[in-house]
Design a protein around this ligand. Structure first.
Ligand code: FRU
Length: 484
């Protein structure tokens, strides 16, 4: 049986009941999900594909799963779009992107193949195309359209993946993650007039200081609020004040020399300081908004319960803007259409351990603004009952945030506490907490800093507590999120 059909039949027989899954975060229908792929608009709808292994809860030969949406909140599952069924992609259809063209919806992905040479397996990663109508996609006969042979000498043919395509006046451009044979991570740029025949252009950016890991995965390059932004997901970082250990997702700001096609970055920042955020991808929505979605999972610490038959999820899509030289991220405004049962408190005094009768739940959108504070520590403790809790703590004197999921019920010896500097530019303290059963995304000070994390606490733990070692005066606005 062909691999696409086989995957679709398997999914139909093993689909996880809707009520077991998060309410508005994209998950696989069964099995394993990683990076967002092909996030793009086509004929007025938004499409999201993703790295998908339907057959087990761990990574395996990569397919592209597929969803569409009209509002980034309610997602419709569509048949699997790509399966690793050709010689040039038989080891996997790796990450890539999508774009609307005159000929249809074009997907660009990395075809991975393995060859035996001197009794050793050698991996090749090449860029391939598939064209579709929003439901069904056909791989092009010309595949692979970009091979490692088109790269300059001493650039890796083994680590050459994750193409992101966009269009300009003079044709199509594509950035791809790569590294040199000496191990320097870089992003390479290609150009094409028809999106099929491509030419190598330049190294758009590379790790000139040797500080940013071993390989830059999932590059994205775009213009936003009069700045050029490069995003990559570098592997294997050592922690600094800005970055945490392991794989991070970062953005670079600087100057783009459009003639030489070189991006001279001056500053690099982390995109998210939670436990679980990787491989984000952005799209330009039909109304002009730049929207980013990320994989809400870390490669190194998956704490999914062993009996859960689905693995991993995406973040809520986020609107991006630039203010004071930094990216601001905020949940797409469409979430507000699903707000129900408002609860508001004005100038509420919090001191010691406080619980409000009408503030609880595991699927919600809550903003807490600290208007006056005389304290060292202020904690929001959620997914909480006598046995469990996950805590987000502001340590005011040291200007630190601590995320703590030690008591979330996790049974893996994985990262449970993460600390980060408060990096926002104002003294104000405002937190927006988006909860969806097994995840928390916290947007600090209008999205100047974000913390995304998963936790798999039993759902009956739905309490929320505020803990303050002094006195805080807060305004709270809380909504349940109901998606039918
Ligand atoms: C990032 C990544 C990509 C690759 C994909 C494979 O998480 O490693 O570089 O294309 O996952 O599933």
């Amino acid at each position: 049986m062909d691999k696409l059909r086989k995957a679709n039949i398997y999914i139909d027989e093993n689909r996880i009941p809707r009520e077991k899954l998060p309410v508005f975060h994209v998950t696989p229908p069964c099995g394993w999900m990683n990076d967002p792929n092909g996030f793009s608009a086509y004929q007025g709808k938004v499409h999201l594909f993703y790295q998908f292994h339907p057959y087990s809860e761990i990574w395996g030969p990569m397919h592209w799963g597929h969803y569409e949406t009209k509002d980034f909140i309610k997602w419709i599952e569509l048949p699997v779009a790509l399966a690793p069924d050709q010689t040039y992609d038989e080891a996997g259809c790796f990450s890539g992107s999508g774009i609307e063209t005159e000929n249809g919806h074009l997907l660009v992905y990395t075809g991975v193949m393995e060859k035996e040479a001197d009794k050793e397996k050698v991996t090749y990663q090449n860029q391939c195309l598939a064209l579709g109508d929003g439901k069904k996609y056909t791989k092009l006969e010309q595949n692979p359209v970009i091979t490692g042979e088109m790269l300059p000498e001493h650039f890796s043919r083994e680590h050459f993946r994750d193409p992101k395509i966009w269009k300009e006046n003079d044709g199509y451009y594509m950035v791809v993650g790569n590294k040199t044979d000496q191990g320097v991570p870089q992003v390479v740029l290609f150009h094409s007039e028809d999106a099929i025949k491509w030419n190598y252009v330049s190294v758009l950016a590379s790790d000139r200081d040797g500080m940013l890991g071993t390989m830059w995965e999932c590059p994205d390059f775009f213009y936003l609020d009069e700045e050029y932004i490069l995003i990559t997901s570098p592997q294997d970082l050592c922690a600094t004040e800005e970055f945490h250990n392991g794989n991070n997702s970062v953005y670079y700001m600087g100057k783009y020399d459009k003639k030489q096609h070189v991006f001279h970055y001056e500053r690099v920042y982390s995109l998210d300081d939670g436990f679980d955020f990787y491989a984000p991808q952005t799209m330009l929505a039909p109304d002009g908004r730049r929207i980013m979605i990320g994989w809400m999972q870390s490669w190194d610490s998956n704490i999914r319960p062993a009996d859960q038959k689905w693995s991993c999820m995406m973040t809520i899509p986020r609107e991006l803007h630039i203010e004071q030289g930094r990216i601001l991220q905020n949940p797409v405004r469409e979430i507000e259409n699903y707000h129900r049962n408002a609860v508001c408190y004005q100038n509420k005094e919090i001191s010691g351990n406080c619980q409000m009768e009408d503030i609880h739940g595991r699927v919600l959108d809550m903003t807490v603004e600290i208007v006056l504070g005389d304290f060292h520590q202020f904690t929001i403790s959620f997914a909480q009952n006598e046995r469990y809790h996950t805590d987000f703590t502001i340590q005011k004197d040291s200007k630190m945030i601590e995320m703590n999921r030690t008591y979330s019920g996790m049974v893996r010896d994985a990262a449970a506490i993460r600390k980060s500097k408060i990096k926002t530019s104002t003294d104000k303290l405002q937190l927006r907490l988006i909860l969806d059963k097994y995840s928390a995304e916290i947007f600090l000070n209008d999205g100047q800093q974000v913390f995304s994390s998963t936790f798999y606490t039993p759902l009956e733990a739905d309490g929320i507590r505020f803990i303050c070692d002094g006195k805080a005066v807060v305004n709270i606005e809380k909504y349940e999120i109901v998606v039918d």
